[in-house]
Design a protein around this ligand. Structure first.
Ligand code: KG4
Ligand code: ZN
Length: 344
């Protein structure tokens, strides 16, 4: 355990299409700057080549802004935490290379972080308005690339007890949006319109998947065929029913997620339940999780909005926790596009 106090950590996140840098002091967020990449909107999804170019453009100003907003000098930093994976290789390389160079220039340690551990451990950011989950707890990690139920026994012991066998839930949201002619990323818009519609207006079949695993590709196809069939009969079908379609899709997705989460609680006996990842910003998922407290006696942990979608504060908190354990990385560490949640 280190005796340094206070500890300043710089976090760098560049795994997909957000360039982000954050400074934490003893686990508290001093700054968390996120540059979203507008460029992908017109393509209806992330274009990897364009994402790495945009990271290259954004990384220096974003880090400078994070240090400035934190009101510190870069010489005050004790370590640099960066996302090693999983993610898009070209995107990861930008953050990884920059982190290595800066750690050499400042002569401070480098800490490689698993992006998925970042989503989960965002719950340990020091914030007096937020309760930290006790161990063990379950975390439903839902993003554009992942859908997992993770059992967390301590900060760095994580076990995936259920996951998607095909698409991630975020992909189901984004694909639905695309079918409906909404811009990327569609999740937030589907969520917004769903709140104005009738969740029982249309019925979509829930997939049958064994155990705690999920599947979303069948639902995606079912939505596509449903829309195509109805638009053939009535070209104005989408405009006339947009809110009801969004509400019905969201109702189905939330049901799929909570059926498995309830089973996970039953199987493990663990009633401390958290959500994490971009899709955990979803209003209905947050509401449904909160309701389990009164309904089933769970204790729930819902992250602040700014720590749900990709951000560097979640990378920096993992950096902070690893710093306390003197768990540093070599400058020869390489970015890894496919990294499992249990791999540090
Ligand atoms: O964690 P994240 O920023 O990136 C990945 O690591 O994948 O998650 C992005 C995903 C996108 O699919 C986006 O549509 C979805 O999170 N998302 C939402 C909402 N906000 C973001 N999905 C549903 N409802 C939302 N409010
Ligand atoms: Zn993510």
């Amino acid at each position: 355990m280190t005796k340094i106090n206070p500890i300043y950590i710089l976090g760098i996140e560049s795994s997909c299409d957000d360039t982000s840098a954050a400074v934490l002091c003893n686990g508290k967020v001093l700054s968390n700057v996120v540059a979203n990449q507008e460029i992908h909107t017109k393509y209806g999804g992330v274009v990897p080549e364009l994402a790495s170019r945009a990271h290259q453009q954004n990384i220096v100003p974003v880090i400078q802004q994070a240090i400035q907003q934190a009101n510190i000098d870069k010489k005050d930093l004790h370590a640099i935490a960066f996302t090693r994976g999983p993610g898009l290789m070209g995107s990861l390389l930008v953050g990884t290379s920059f982190a290595k160079s800066l750690s050499l220039a400042l002569n401070i340690p480098l800490i490689a972080v698993n992006h998925m551990q970042g989503h989960v451990l965002a719950h340990f950011i020091d914030d007096e308005t937020q309760q930290k989950p006790p161990f063990p707890f379950l975390c439903l990690t839902i993003s554009g690339g992942h859908t997992q139920i993770v059992k967390i026994t301590n900060h760095f012991t994580m076990e995936v007890i259920g996951e998607t066998t095909d698409d991630a839930v975020g992909e189901a949201y984004d694909k639905t949006a695309k079918i409906l002619g909404l811009p990327y990323p569609g999740g937030p818009l589907v969520d917004k319109y769903a709140q104005l519609g009738n969740p029982k207006a249309f019925k979509f079949t829930k997939p049958k998947v064994d155990g705690l695993n999920f599947s979303f590709s069948g639902l995606k196809t079912a939505i596509l065929y449903f829309i195509q069939k109805n638009v053939k009969e009535n070209p104005n079908f989408i405009e006339e029913n947009l809110y009801d379609i969004c509400a019905s899709v969201q109702y189905t997705i939330v049901n799929i997620l909570f059926d498995k989460l309830k089973k996970a609680v039953k199987d493990t006996g663990i009633t401390h339940v958290a959500i994490a990842g971009g899709v955990s910003a979803n209003s209905e998922i947050r509401k449904t999780l909160k309701a389990t407290e009164a309904k089933y006696g769970w204790t729930t942990y819902i992250p602040k909005f700014q720590y749900t979608t990709d951000n560097a504060a979640m990378i920096a908190i993992v950096g902070h926790l690893k710093f306390l354990e003197n768990d540093f990385s070599e400058t020869t560490t390489v970015a890894t596009a496919r990294l499992k949640v249990q791999e540090g």
